[in-house]
Write a protein that binds this ligand. Structure first.
Ligand code: FES
Length: 69
């Protein structure tokens, strides 16, 4: 696995709900696909996604030390 070095720039739409992966096992990075539940069972961890619902169209830059590809 290789760490994603650069921040990812996302354009988010007003009122849409986005679920961002914090654990790094999602197949849809940077978005959560629910696989953190399996990881939590295997590793006794407490990962969960970060929810974002922007109040306006916005562009954000984000990165996570757990994201790999
Ligand atoms: S799959 Fe990583 S937080 Fe959901």
């Amino acid at each position: 696995m290789k760490n994603i070095q650069k921040p990812i720039v996302l354009k988010l739409k007003k009122g849409n709900r986005y679920s961002i992966c914090s654990c790094g096992v999602s197949k849809r990075l940077p978005f959560c696909d629910g696989k953190h539940k399996d990881l939590n069972q295997q590793k006794n961890s407490t990962y969960k996604s970060i929810k974002i619902t922007p109040s306006a169209d916005v562009e954000i830059s984000l990165n996570c030390a757990n994201w790999n590809e």
